[in-house]
Ligand binder design. Structure first.
Ligand SMILES: C[S@@+](CC[C@H](N)C(=O)[O-])C[C@H]1O[C@@H](n2cnc3c(N)ncnc32)[C@H](O)[C@@H]1O
Length: 338
């Protein structure tokens, strides 16, 4: 594989009220407590359990809210680099892997949700792929990255991890990147997909307020040096700032029945600058950040002219456009194991 064969290719104002906060839990070895991890993982499993048969249709099918541009991007990156074997960490119902079944690649994957794995195996069998190439496991567990036969462990040409990082506690981001690094051979390619935290600067809604408050302004630090009068003025200024944003948007994504919905489990966004640094600090070279799922205008305006909105957004899809930092809701970090 040629590692250089690159193709051209959101919380409210203070005090924070995120739906599921993990700050404050005791740290163990730089990560969150095992019990906290278990709670997060149980909620994620419950969220995805009822999604196993429809997930692929919902996000890759012809009626998906937006075409699966990430599939094409990942596919191109993998094929251009000439990989022969692929591990999909958090593979869901083999939703992406099934899209690769025509490539001749040796396909493997694991996922934390048993129902997803079962559905993936069923689909794999129908495609003539080996169902035993899919197994249960968590990206937080280094053992999950070993295939059951132990043949490919640490030797994959490439590893993909898409849609999983939102559900990883912040203190575990680097750990998962190290696990992915260990899963591929030296020179192997790792592709991580994440939701773009900087997109909040374009949405002008609750996410913007949270990003201003928690990432940019840091009101607690401001308040710490303020006099009593200044503190009252600061609180007033911050509440005036909040009035600039649609705090009622976006609507929370809840579960279909009693299970927790996507926005009711840990579902983080990631800063692409920080993700790039994490890759560079953890043994990757040739690190690239590639943006996708552009929005020609803030999403709250989509309903005004949905067809034009979609057409124009699709026309913007260029992973290397600097506007992606703000107008794309997702990105892929690609790096080569040194
Ligand atoms: C948004 S879906 C993406 C599925 C697939 N990767 C794709 O891109 O089509 C996220 C998947 O990540 C899985 N997941 C969440 N946390 C995980 C973890 N800690 N380890 C492994 N899988 C996890 C969920 O069970 C779910 O199937």
């Amino acid at each position: 594989m040629n590692g250089t064969a690159w193709v051209s290719i959101f919380r409210p104002f203070w005090p924070p009220t995120a739906s599921l906060r993990i700050c404050g839990s005791r740290l163990v070895n730089g990560g969150v407590m095992d019990s906290e991890r278990s709670k997060i993982e149980a909620a994620v499993r419950a969220c995805y359990a009822s999604w196993s048969d429809s997930y692929h249709r919902d996000y890759y099918g012809p009626d998906a809210p937006y075409p699966p541009v990430h599939r094409d991007l990942l596919r191109r990156l993998l094929l251009d680099c000439g990989v022969k074997s692929l591990l999909d960490a958090g593979c869901g119902s083999a939703s992406f892997l099934r899209e690769m079944s025509d490539t001749g690649l040796d396909l493997y994957g694991f996922d934390i949700t048993p129902e997803m794995v079962a559905e993936g195996r069923r689909v794999f069998a129908g495609l003539g792929q080996a169902p035993q190439h899919l197994w249960e496991g968590s990206v937080l567990d280094p053992a999950a990255f070993a295939d059951p036969a132990g043949i490919m462990t640490g030797r994959f040409d490439a590893a993909v991890c898409a849609g999983v990082f939102p559900h990883i506690p912040e203190t575990d981001d680097a750990l998962v990147i190290r696990h992915l690094h260990a899963a591929v051979r030296p020179g192997g390619l790792v592709l991580v997909e994440a939701r773009n935290a900087l997109f909040a600067l374009f949405t002008l809604n609750r996410y913007t307020a949270v990003f201003f408050s928690e990432q940019l302004i840091r009101p607690q630090a401001l308040s710490a040096t303020a006099s009593e009068t200044e503190r009252a003025a600061l609180e007033h200024a911050l509440s005036r700032l909040r009035e600039r944003f649609r705090m009622d948007l976006p609507q929370l994504r809840r579960g279909k029945q009693n299970e927790p919905g996507y926005d009711e489990v840990l579902s983080r966004t990631h800063n692409p600058f920080i993700m790039r640094s994490l890759f560079e600090e953890n043994g990757f070279s040739d690190v690239r950040v590639l943006f996708y799922h552009y929005h020609c205008l803030p999403p709250m305006l989509e309903n005004e002219f949905p067809d034009l909105f979609r057409r124009s957004s699709l026309a913007m899809e260029d992973p290397n456009d600097w506007r992606g930092h703000f107008m794309a809701s997702a990105f892929i970090v690609a790096g080569v194991r040194t």
